[in-house]
Design a protein around this ligand. Sequence first.
Ligand code: ADP
Ligand code: GN1
Ligand code: MG
Length: 357
Amino acid sequence: MNENDLIVIANAFDTDGEIFGIEPYGNGHINYTYVAAGEKENYILQKLNTSLFTRPDMLMRNIRLVTDYLKSAVAAADVDEKVLEIVKTKGGEDYLTDDDGVYRMYKFIDDSVCYQQVESANDFYNCAYAFGRFATYLDGFDATELYEVIPNFHNTVDRMRKFEASLGKDVCGRAKDVKKEIAFFLSRREYCSKITSLLESGAMPTRVTHNDTKLNNILFSASTGAPLAIVDLDTVMPGSVCYDFGDSIRFGCNTAAEDEPDVSLVGFSTELFEAYVKGYLAGFDKITPIERENLLWGAILMTYECGMRFLTDYLDGDTYFHTSRAGQNLDRAHTQMRMVELMEENFDKLQNIVKNA
Ligand code: ADP
Ligand code: GN1
Ligand code: MG
């Protein structure tokens, strides 16, 4: 869609003044995100990925419920944090359906920066604290109110099933070239049920979680460096805090980019791990012993699962995650595999960090 058409769409929302410019924004892998420049304020316009989010009405209902709830919680806590704010259409709806797809708009969170890689242990501590506070704020939110936008999103057993189905179909004939990668995931099959079984038995609480806690889903204040807002609420659903903890570790403790082609550059930063553990526990004091004992498993599982998802998408012909070059999903799978190995090698050391924090 060209800029003029997007400007027409943006002007269907109830903005303060007219929108006159639009350009692509951010590094998300799922939706199409644009920054919309207005006469008075800027906005985020997003075209929802409706092949994945098949019920945009229910998805936006979730985000409305959660952002309203968070707004009261943040106001009561009297802290300097911002909550994502939906801008309604001029017709009073939370999203717009056009011939070309479904769009939504948020207020642009000003004076913010978003990182693709952790720059300091202190920033990562702050990020952890913010996600910990997020879990604290949502502690009283009734999970049954939320629609399960992507069923089995972090059900690693189900992710394994999907991986095996793609392997069986091998639509692009790529399986023969990635035998080592396939064996890596199959040989760790017993990991898959580590957390799902605890949730299913009730031994671990099911909570409302973010489910996509990577670093570029949090904005920091450009002037103070403090965490400012958690974004990307598409996957707020019932889950485990081990998933939220783990997904941040997966992305943030990697010394290389998620899609780094040279896997020898992938390292696991123990220093950043420790900073995150401390920040998360400081922000989320309601954590139960079983959750705490399984935080590291959350990190291993989220990394293993994400690697398996990247490999699945590679086998499927790169249809899920946005890619900008050939082989990108395979590179992503490789970095995740290396991160899993590094956590396995350092398991006792990392578990002690969690114990002693
Ligand atoms: P995706 O689901 O595709 O990852 P996101 O909702 O995470 O999409 O948005 C992509 C990027 O846009 C984020 O990583 C962040 O940098 C930026 N972003 C999202 N919402 C806002 C906002 N309200 N204000 C400023 N930047 C935002
Ligand atoms: C996607 O939307 P984004 O880029 O923040 C994906 C996550 C993956 C992540 C890997 C809805 O996150 O699950 O962990 O890519 N989101 C969805 O970078 O599938
Ligand atoms: Mg995102």
